[in-house]
Design a protein around this ligand. Structure first.
Ligand code: ADP
Ligand code: MG
Length: 371
């Protein structure tokens, strides 16, 4: 261990790759980003996830230096970047539409950033070829861009983005133009590549499954504000509100009342949990469809469970799972996802049938109630 304090300080600072503080960007009178704060750790794969128009591209472009925020700070390590032009930020970028140079070969495209940085031609060749090797395209080096498939073009774009060893890799919906199968394959490849390169990555998508698949952490963004940041598991298992819950995965929401003992209750059933007392206001129960279990006999239900009784109003077989809707008393309904494994014995379920479902209390998620 070095005990030089300057070195120690620098090491501490470099573990935080990007630090965004109170970043605001307005277009005319409307806010594209509202006081956004976000830290990205060195080597992390962080995804900005949100609906169209939520501010994802604006935030990514601000990090890259292609737009000028109205207020706030963007630091790389401990260096303020807000006034640094894009080409001095050492950031690699990949876009949805590839943005490759159509008149150059695959090799020339990938070597281009090195040429810009005046890397000598021999080193340029070996580094560009190594990058093409990494994305498994070395045998296509001399091809023209229009002779490549969509997936291959995106690999070229990727190689071009990391060939100059940027300190940060930014990707804006890079897989959206690809069909589903290829997209899913590329998600795994990108993840492997990230593991191999270890480069700090900020990735933009509106696809929740893609975000869950790829990310170390996800920042959910809506109307220019970050709603929640966490690991895929944290975001899925403990969404902070209905927007996040709806945007990531499927869910049912049941409004809860508070009884005189301070328990939260749903219809006549005590959820048997004291209401979260620090916060005022009403609560809803959020239920993930796959957490519900079909009750075969009530004596077999674990003590620590909630029970829901109702009538099946919809039942759809979807291959690996089946989706059903349970109509509860009082005009409420629950979505349920059954595993179609034969052991689940759901083959007798049909519309109109009266069934009961249990939910382990560990799977209870409480969110603020919106009426
Ligand atoms: P996303 O990438 O999440 O779809 P954007 O960052 O592109 O969202 O846009 C955020 C908001 O800012 C949207 O309301 C969009 O219309 C607006 N916006 C983006 N770019 C511009 C621009 N150049 N001029 C005016 N408004 C813009
Ligand atoms: Mg966008």
């Amino acid at each position: 261990m070095k005990n030089n304090s300057a070195t120690t300080g620098e090491n501490a600072a470099t573990s935080l790759a990007i630090s965004i503080i109170d970043l605001t960007k307005k277009y005319g009178e409307s806010f594209a980003l509202k006081s956004v704060s976000l830290d990205v750790q060195a080597g992390e794969f962080l995804t900005l996830l949100g609906p169209s128009g939520s501010g994802k591209t604006t935030l990514l472009m601000a990090i890259a230096g292609f737009n000028r925020p109205n207020a706030g700070s963007i630091r790389f390590g401990s260096n303020e970047m807000i006034l640094t032009p894009p080409h001095r930020r050492e950031v690699g970028m990949v876009f949805q539409n590839y943005a490759l140079f159509p008149h150059m070969s695959v090799f020339e495209n990938v070597a281009f950033p090195l040429k810009l940085r005046k890397v000598p031609s021999q080193e340029r060749r070996s580094r560009a070829m190594a990058a093409l090797e990494t994305v498994q395209l070395s045998q296509y080096a001399e091809r023209q861009i229009d002779q490549l498939s969509g997936g291959q073009r995106q690999r070229v774009a990727l190689a071009r983005a990391f060939v100059f060893r940027p300190r940060i890799l930014l990707m804006d919906e890079p897989l959206s133009a690809l069909d589903k199968k290829l997209r899913e394959q590329m998600q795994i490849e990108l993840k492997q590549l990230h593991r191999q390169l270890g480069v700090t990555t900020v990735y933009v998508t509106h696809d929740q499954r893609e975000a869950l698949t790829m990310s170390d952490r996800i920042a959910v963004i809506n109307h220019g504000e970050i709603t929640q940041i966490g690991t895929p598991k944290q975001i899925y298992n403990a969404p902070v509100n209905e927007f996040v819950a709806d945007f990531i995965g499927e869910s049912s929401v049941l409004p809860l009342d508070c009884d005189s003992a301070g328990n939260l209750v749903f219809s006549d059933q005590i959820i048997s949990m004291p209401a979260p007392n620090q916060s005022q206001g009403a609560w809803s129960l959020l239920i993930r469809p796959e957490r519900l279990t079909l009750v075969k006999s009530e004596s077999g239900v674990p003590a620590d469970s909630l029970l829901f009784h109702g009538v099946i109003s919809e039942f759809v077989f979807q291959g690996d799972t089946a989706l059903a809707l349970l109509q509860l008393q009082g005009n409420y309904s629950l979505s349920i996802r059954f595993n179609t494994k034969s052991t689940e014995s759901i083959e007798h379920i049909e519309i109109g049938q009266r069934i009961s479902l249990s939910l382990n209390k560990k799977d209870i998620i409480l969110i603020p109630r919106v009426d």
